[in-house]
Write a protein that binds this ligand. Structure first.
Ligand code: SAH
Ligand code: SF4
Ligand code: F3S
Length: 479
């Protein structure tokens, strides 16, 4: 199959942080009508991997596709358009995608008129894109994270052309407003406030795949949140790779704390945000979180390591002491605060002593939840160039030791909740037991309980009866 390359990725250009403007090519009304005609009664299927940024992108793609007439498919086998929305943050995330394309490629072999597309963070890396294109000739459309606004033209090109279409421009990116969205949840919504990341932690691929920090305008964020409140949403999560950087790239005197406060004032029942970098988490932000009862007292604060030398090699811009001081200030000002974190084990040349410092930090902070990862070298990042003397077995052993240290306080906290009553936003039927419902408390603890499905989407009171490490069992309290 011939390949038509509209744009190809470039990691050096992707790291560019100079200002830029790009104009999106809009499809003419006539071509849009032509696309609607071509795809009449046809179905689409999207499989998303990775973080909430990708989930939110899926919602935009769904909105666009349904606007033009595509119907959602329950299974990939029914679809004439399959999009695999990929994540590149660690090798195992990428491996899942290779497996998935391997499973789906036969569909296109059987049906040459269908479109099999790959988008998301993986294709932003030139070597991975080349590997994908060589391994999977069945895939006939590749597009990057900055290209979602062009989805109509790309799908149209893939349907009408015999060539494979590739459009991945490593521009730093811009903000496109007013794209439709088909939200995946009826009462919990994610709202992007800032795209991209300028932090360039030395291990991380995200700044290359997502471009530079671009904040949405204050009023645009407020309008979206207001419409969600009006539509009866119960929970909003403000989204960004680092929400604390909100507004710094705009000619805007208002910062993230101001935005958080204004959204809280809209009266949404639950307001959350993710992710916060400890480096620029301001006292003003802490004060706002403390002041508004509808801002959940749950903060995800990735520490990555407890060792100053490793933090320095990671380019994290804070020390262990600064992190612990921040936690202290948060806990003093916000009673009953729950903290969660991300930790990487086995960064290149991490010594046993440096690892132990992560253990002592974890013991001191007593997180309520944590995501732990074994370091995965990402080609093109500075850390991937460091020669590493730590064998994988040592990293795995450290990983298990860390998980043990984290579990103690998590279990303790869960146990303390037994006998008490908490507000729970009911998500739906429990994934582990169909006879139960499940939902999250304000501090983000997962609770399973018996109840009628009419409770889904409401906030109810649940008394905790039993605690497990990562979830709780409770009963509905009728008032
Ligand atoms: N912007 C967010 C999320 C980044 S990705 C933040 O800064 O917290 C989520 C987590 O993946 C990171 O916090 C980090 O712990 C982990 N991660 C990122 N790159 C990694 C790598 N190369 N190897 C292992 N874990 C990684
Ligand atoms: Fe990656 Fe660091 Fe940016 Fe988070 S803050 S996305 S870990 S570079
Ligand atoms: Fe993965 Fe891209 Fe998110 S690499 S974690 S999907 S920003």
């Amino acid at each position: 199959m011939k390949t038509k390359i509209i744009n190809s990725p470039d990691m050096i250009k992707a790291a560019d942080r100079r200002p830029s403007t790009t104009v999106f090519s809009k499809m003419s009304e006539e071509s849009l009508n032509e696309l609607s005609r071509l795809i009449k009664d046809k179905k689409y299927y999207i499989r998303t991997y990775g973080c909430q940024a990708n989930v939110r992108d899926e919602e935009t793609m769904r909105g666009m596709l349904e606007n033009v007439g595509y119907i959602p498919a329950n299974e990939p086998e029914e679809a004439e358009l399959i999009i695999i929305n990929t994540c590149a943050v660690r090798e195992n995330a990428e491996d899942k995608v290779y497996g998935e394309i391997g499973n789906l490629k036969y569909l296109r072999k059987k049906n040459k008129s269908m479109v099999l597309a790959i988008c998301g963070c993986m294709v932003e890396q030139p070597e991975i894109l080349n590997r994908l294109m060589t391994t999977f000739p069945e895939v006939n459309l590749y597009f990057g994270t900055h290209e979602i606004g062009n989805l109509y033209s790309l799908v149209y090109a893939a349907i009408t052309s015999k060539e494979r279409i590739v459009s991945i421009e490593s521009k730093p990116g811009e903000v496109v407003e007013n794209l439709p969205a088909c939200r995946l949840n009826r009462f919990k919504a994610f709202v992007n406030i800032i795209y991209g990341c300028n932090k360039f932690c030395t291990y991380c691929i995200v700044p290359y795949t997502r471009g530079k920090e671009r904040s949405r305008k204050f009023d645009d964020v407020m309008d979206e949140c207001r419409s969600l409140v009006d539509a009866g949403y119960k929970e909003i999560t403000l989204l960004g790779q680092n929400v604390n950087a909100y507004g710094k790239d705009l000619n805007e005197s208002r910062d993230f704390a101001d935005l958080l406060e204004e959204v809280a004032k809209l009266g949404i029942e639950r307001l959350r945000f993710t992710t916060s970098h400890p480096w620029d988490f301001s006292s003003k932000m802490i004060d706002v979180i403390a002041k508004y009862p509808n801002i959940m007292k749950f903060i995800h604060l990735p520490v990555q390591s407890g060792s100053n030398s490793i933090l320095r090699s990671m380019g994290r811009r804070y020390s262990r002491e600064q992190y612990l001081n921040l936690v202290k200030e948060m806990r003093e000002k916000i009673p009953n605060l729950s903290l969660s974190t991300d930790i990487i084990v086995g960064f290149p040349n991490e010594t046993e002593e440096e690892f132990k410092e992560t253990l002592t930090l974890v013991d001191e902070v007593k997180y309520e939840a944590a995501f732990t990862f074994i370091y995965s070298p990402r080609k093109g990042t500075p850390a991937a160039k460091i020669e590493d003397n730590v064998p994988y077995e040592v990293k795995s052993k450290r990983f298990l030791e860390l998980v043990k240290h984290l579990e103690g306080p998590i279990q303790e906290k869960s146990l303390k909740m037994v006998g008490n009553t908490y507000k729970v936003l009911v998500d739906g039927v429990s994934k582990t037991d169909e006879g139960m419902l499940s939902g999250y408390t304000e501090e983000n603890k997962l609770v399973h309980f018996k109840g009628d499905e009419s409770l889904i989407g409401t906030i109810i009171k649940v008394k905790i009866l039993e605690s497990h490490t990562y979830s709780l069992i409770g009963e509905v309290v009728n008032e």
